[in-house]
Ligand binder design. Structure first.
Ligand SMILES: O=C1O[C@H](COP(=O)(O)O)[C@@H](O)[C@H](O)[C@H]1O
Length: 255
């Protein structure tokens, strides 16, 4: 069952990033008023990183109890530790490096220094997710093999081709339902080797937000919202159990 969907348009990419950061911090504070710990999954990419940079300087940050927040990644590039392509490296640079968040709450996906291949890295991350799945009240709705906590917010970016996380059009990976995490060896966007949450894991979330900026994204936005098949436009599969938000700048909303 999915909840309400809304599309919110901001005039510029900068306004979008700032508003999304504020919205995120308030959503996390609201979630913490009801339960603890809470779980956030974040993306990499241009707008995802811009949102995290805005979080770092937001006065609303003081409303979130960082000791009760767990952070996960929706996808990662399978490259060595310290490689500039790592999504977590960019997030650490703009946000986590300066936050007083317990290191054990920040769940980075394995690097190519720590796992033999993307599939092994995916299996390791699935094990880590499973360790936090037990407390999730609606777990019965997931296949037993897909163990994830229920995310409070999943923050997704979207590529111009409509990909979310590292689930690309025409790859069939949006149809995988028996695992929470997959290894990817043939990403059309470099680097080719990646790790990604699957659709059942990404949508085991109270709120799923797709954040997109720029004219290059307009066609994919229109197709996803217009009912395209997720196989063709993976972002069409983005859906939260309570809320699905499409957070756009004017250019991305142009169609
Ligand atoms: O490769 C990736 O791309 C998407 C979208 O990135 P963007 O730069 O077009 O905003 C991102 O959400 C994902 O995490 C990343 O690995």
């Amino acid at each position: 069952m999915t909840g309400q969907r809304a599309v919110l348009v901001h005039p510029t990419a900068q306004a979008l990033a700032r508003a999304t950061a504020a919205r995120l911090l308030l959503a996390l504070a609201d979630a913490q008023a009801l339960r603890s710990p809470i779980h956030l999954a974040i993306a990499g990419g241009s707008v995802g990183t811009q949102v995290l940079a805005e979080v770092a300087t937001s006065p609303l940050l003081e409303n979130v109890d960082l000791s009760g927040l767990h952070v996960w990644w929706v996808d990662e590039r399978f490259v060595p530790c310290g490689d500039p392509d790592r999504n977590e490296g960019q997030a650490t640079e703009v946000l986590f490096g300066g936050l007083d968040i317990p290191a054990e709450n920040v769940h980075r996906m394995p690097t190519s220094d720590h796992a033999s291949d993307p599939d092994a890295a995916a299996a390791d991350y699935a094990t880590e997710l499973t360790a936090f799945a037990a407390a999730s009240p609606d777990r019965a709705e997931l296949p037993a093999s897909v163990g994830t906590p229920e995310f409070d917010v999943v923050l997704l970016g979207m590529g111009p081709d409509g990909h979310i996380a590292s689930l690309f059009p025409g790859h069939g990976t949006v149809r995988i339902t028996d695992r929470s995490v997959i290894g990817v060896s043939d990403s059309p966007k470099p680097p080719p080797r990646r790790i990604s949450l699957t659709v059942p894991a990404l949508t085991h979330a109270r709120q799923v937000w797709v954040v997109a900026a720029g004219a290059a994204k307009a066609d994919a936005v229109a197709r996803a919202l217009g009912g395209a098949e997720p196989d063709e436009v993976p972002a069409a599969a983005a859906a939260g159990r309570d809320v699905t938000l499409w957070l756009l700048d004017a250019e991305a909303a142009g169609r």
